[in-house]
Design a protein around this ligand. Structure first.
Ligand SMILES: Nc1ncnc2c1ncn2[C@@H]1O[C@H](COP(=O)(O)OP(=O)(O)O)[C@@H](O)[C@H]1O
Ligand SMILES: [Mg+2]
Length: 246
């Protein structure tokens, strides 16, 4: 039997149906049921975020909340995404299908979160990875996720903290690769999230991505606080070529 589609005029419903269908394809359902069987979490509570490349859900584990990120198959972004995997020595075999690619992204995010954890950089704690699903600690308060940096107020000390975190991550051999006011959650600390594009220093694009991360952060703080800061100076500081940030 074919699946029943909602009537065409119910545009929103139809859209939702299609998007949900894209996430919970058969392999994803199987992956989720394996993870639930393992007891990593019991059930998905609600959708926190529906992104182009992944959806994030809050889920309930035995005595805490966790965040579950499910990478989606999406052919249109295949080649753009590819460039982050090719050249990473941790992924010597190049993914040939969209499924292999989304799984590689999930695996990459998980590995990168482990580096952040080791480096003591505030970020979700990696808990489990299987196929296109990453389970991590939930960053939030009273069951609600922390706001993104872009949705809150920032101070100069946030900038300094963030630069220290970029530096620490760099000293552990990792560049975030997609850092901006949208991928930092503001709670008791400035938490970096969304590590799927993170690359190791050997990656041919690591320098370019580091510079872009720093530029995004610098531009945001310049806009918000009119700080007198320069990307090049921050870059040298992060790499250990300059002793001081200012
Ligand atoms: N560990 C987490 N705890 C709480 N909320 C999270 C967590 N990870 C992601 N989120 C929420 O989901 C959103 C999207 O996550 P992100 O990893 O940035 O995915 P995307 O690739 O869609 O940008 C974030 O802006 C944040 O609101
Ligand atoms: Mg994001």
């Amino acid at each position: 039997m074919g699946k029943k589609r909602p009537p065409k005029e119910k545009f929103l419903l139809k859209e939702r149906w299609e998007i949900e269908d894209l996430v919970f394809d058969k392999e994803t359902l199987l992956a989720l049921s394996k993870i639930i069987e393992k007891g990593i979490f019991n059930k998905l509570d609600y959708l926190i975020s529906m992104g182009k490349e992944a959806n994030v859900y809050r889920a309930k584990a035995s005595d805490e909340f966790v965040a579950v990120k499910i990478y989606k198959k999406e052919t249109a972004r295949f080649f753009r995404r590819h460039s982050y995997i090719i050249g990473d020595p941790r992924f010597p075999s190049v993914p040939k299908t969209e499924r292999e690619l989304v799984n590689a992204f999930a695996s990459k995010e998980f590995k990168n979160l482990k580096v952040a954890y080791k480096a003591n950089v505030p970020a979700p704690i990696p808990l489990y990875h299987y196929k296109n699903v990453v389970v991590m600690s939930f960053l939030g308060k009273e069951g609600l996720p922390y706001p993104r940096m872009v949705d809150g107020v920032v101070e100069k000390k946030d900038f300094e903290e963030i630069v220290e975190q970029i530096k620490r991550l760099y000293s552990y051999g990792l560049v975030h690769g997609d850092l901006s006011e949208y991928n930092i959650l503001k709670g008791d600390k400035n938490y970096f999230i969304d590590f799927g594009q993170g690359v190791v220093l050997k990656h041919p694009r690591s320098d370019e991505l580091l510079q872009r991360d720093i530029r995004n952060v610098v531009n945001y703080f310049k806009k918000k606080l009119a700080l007198n800061i320069h990307v090049e100076k921050v870059m040298r500081y992060v790499k250990g070529e300059a002793e001081r940030l200012y």
